[in-house]
Design a protein. Structure first.
Length: 66
């Protein structure tokens, strides 16, 4: 299953509703915009798509995934 990490504010359970409507297709995990991306690097090996809207992704972020 495709794992998607959305780094944005949660919209009243929106990600749970999306997951309920798409069982088995993908899993959307929404992480608060207040969380620093570097603190999420332990999640990076588990995700297939980083859906990021708030701040630029740097080389340091990408290298931390490896």
């Amino acid at each position: 299953m495709l794992e998607i990490l959305l780094h944005y504010r949660e919209l009243n359970g929106w990600s749970a509703r999306v997951n309920d409507l798409t069982p088995g297709r993908f899993h959307l995990n929404c992480v608060s915009e207040n969380v620093d991306l570097l603190s999420l690097t332990d999640l990076w090996p588990q995700i297939d798509i980083l859906w990021h809207v708030l701040t630029p992704i740097t080389r340091h972020h990408i290298e931390a995934r490896e």
